[in-house]
Design a protein around this ligand. Structure first.
Ligand code: SF4
Length: 316
């Protein structure tokens, strides 16, 4: 499930005769290798607490920048995903037994980092009856207990459409609930075979059906082979399902085993797409070559989740 593709080895282009040539990565996608004290401090903390991050497991190109700035996206419920999306570098297979102490360790790490805004995601756990919803809720509660005033964003799986599992997470009151549609519906069979586009849209809409103020968010990758009109249609669908925040970034092939990059969008094309999305009424849109669901998440949520924060503050 985690999120928009990373990109250590791509991109490659498949030729008609079956060979492959490396397409040079455009200038605007070049990032500096991780370095700096902040990066290594965070790495040590993650190891010491035996935690997983989507930053590492999905080979996010922003890891140097985010970790140096002291932000990371924690990945709960282990590091093995029960689905096998063709754009995602997270390990897939049969997960080991779940470690019940993980929510507390995530909370302790967030406290130690003194984060004001935390992003928590997970692998897909279709093997668990509730898809891991209870563990999400526990992680939110333990983090709030350790870090008063913190804002929490969760990036959740589709829980195979379980409304009860979704309710479990929403009732733990994250500030932002994200669920990524990732790509256009036509590409689901090749890119996200275990997922359903309509189910993901419904999930996002259902999150607002429990009488609890919540900001919703979704992310889409560009460059997997979609047409521009299909991308615009996805934005329309998300707005029709009352999604508040949209992020849009370039797909990067994480390894040779993953789907190749179909094309690179230019920074100007991302700007144009952002303008279009804003015209649809999203409260915040982040679009750019290196944008990922959790990239600058605090800034994205800044204005957009004002209402839900105010609602939470006024609760007894
Ligand atoms: S963009 Fe998100 S996943 Fe990537 S390094 Fe930053 S926090 Fe981690």
């Amino acid at each position: 499930m985690p999120q928009t593709g990373g990109g250590a080895e791509g991109p490659f282009k498949i030729l008609g005769h079956g060979g492959m040539v490396r397409k040079p990565r455009p200038e605007w996608l070049k990032v500096r290798l991780p370095h700096g004290e902040g990066y290594f401090n965070l790495k040590r903390l993650v190891r010491a607490q035996r935690l997983n991050t989507v930053c590492e497991d999905a080979r996010c190109p922003n890891i140097g920048e985010c970790w140096e700035a002291g932000t990371a996206t924690f990945m709960i419920l282990g590091d093995v995903c029960t689905r096998a999306c063709k754009f995602c570098a997270v390990k897939t297979g049969r997960p080991a037994e779940y470690d019940l102490d993980e929510p507390q360790r995530v909370a302790a790490a967030i406290q130690k980092l003194d984060l004001k805004y935390a992003v928590i995601t997970s692998v897909d756990r279709d093997d668990l009856e509730d898809g891991g919803a209870y563990v999400f809720a526990q992680t939110i509660r333990k983090t709030r207990a350790c870090c008063p005033g913190i804002r929490i964003e969760v990036l959740i799986p589709d829980f195979q459409g379980s409304v009860e599992a979704l309710r479990t997470v929403v009732e733990a009151r994250p500030d932002v609930l994200a669920h990524n549609v990732e790509t256009v519906p036509r590409l689901y069979p090749i890119a996200r075979a275990g997922s359903r586009y309509a189910r993901s849209l419904r999930h996002l809409k259902d999150a607002k059906s429990f009488g609890i103020e919540i900001t919703t968010k979704s992310s889409v990758m560009a460059g997997l082979g979609e047409r521009r009109d299909e991308l615009l249609e996805v934005m329309n669908d998300l707005r029709e399902h009352d999604v508040d925040i949209l992020t849009l970034g370039q797909y990067l092939q994480p390894t040779k085993r993953h789907l190749p990059v179909d094309c690179y969008y230019t920074p100007q094309e991302f700007t144009d797409l952002r303008e279009y999305a804003l015209s649809l009424g999203f409260r915040h849109v982040e679009a750019g070559p290196l944008v990922r669901s959790s990239y600058h998440a605090e800034k994205q949520a800044g204005g957009a989740c004002h209402d839900s924060i105010a609602a939470r503050a006024s609760r007894p």
